[in-house]
Unconditional design. Structure first.
Length: 114
């Protein structure tokens, strides 16, 4: 399974972006899918996750601003990001977990700057 992340770009503070993570196969068999981000000089951190039974988890810094969702028919997971802040600037990665296997997509850069 390959994961393809897209949707990053340059946005002003307060703006919105929607990231997409498209899988080459069905995502139904994934235990969970998640979005991570890595800012320059920082460790990669979990941003949001969604399980097969549609439970969601968010890091505190994005609660109320980001929403993770999935579309099984399109084999795609989304991250809607609203009210973006400069500290959200990072490369965003998607991850699919199937049992003990982890599948990473390539990153997509999000830059929040005026």
């Amino acid at each position: 399974v390959q994961l393809q992340a897209s949707g990053g770009g340059l946005v002003q503070p307060g703006g919105s972006l929607r990231l997409s993570c498209a899988a080459s196969g069905s995502i139904v068999s994934f235990t969970a899918m998640a979005w991570y981000r890595q800012a320059p000089g920082m460790q990669r951190e979990l941003v949001a996750a969604i399980t097969g039974d549609i439970r969601t988890h968010y890091v505190d810094s994005v609660k109320g601003r980001f929403t993770v969702s999935s579309d099984n028919a399109k084999n795609t997971v989304y991250l809607q990001m609203n009210n973006l802040k400069p500290e959200d600037t990072a490369v965003y990665y998607c991850l699919g977990r199937r049992g003990s296997d982890h599948y990473w997509g390539q990153g997509t850069l999000v830059t929040v700057s005026s």
